[in-house]
Design a binder for this molecule. Structure first.
Ligand code: SF4
Ligand code: SF4
Length: 102
């Protein structure tokens, strides 16, 4: 998908908040393809071998921010994904959690 079709905005990932439930992955698949299929999702969940934690990775070339209402952020009940206004398209990984200093 080309940048011209994307809305401006920033998808923020608070990886430390992730519990590995995969709701975001399935929500993205359903939003984009009307089916619950992890292989059709813009989100991959990788296990960090050092911390043994699961971390969401957004595939930036496939993500279009859902037109400004990200299905992944709405699906995450742990506050690990958020959408912020921004002048340009961006996906950003931050430490800690919302409301904490980096
Ligand atoms: S980011 Fe949220 S919805 Fe996605 S796997 Fe982690 S806890 Fe679940
Ligand atoms: S914002 Fe991107 S990663 Fe999240 S559901 Fe939409 S397309 Fe998928």
């Amino acid at each position: 998908m080309g940048d011209a079709m994307r809305v401006a905005g920033r998808l923020v990932i608070w990886a430390e908040q992730c519990r590995g439930c995969r709701s975001c992955q399935l929500a993205c698949s359903f939003a984009k393809n009307a089916e619950y299929n992890p292989t059709q999702s813009c989100i991959r969940l990788d296990r960090d071998l050092q911390t043994e934690k699961t971390t969401p990775l957004i595939l930036p070339l496939r993500c279009d921010l859902c037109g400004g209402q990200p299905a992944c952020a709405q699906a995450c009940t742990y506050g690990a994904i958020a959408f912020e206004p921004a002048a340009e398209f961006a996906i950003e990984y931050r430490c800690g959690g919302p409301g904490e200093a980096d």
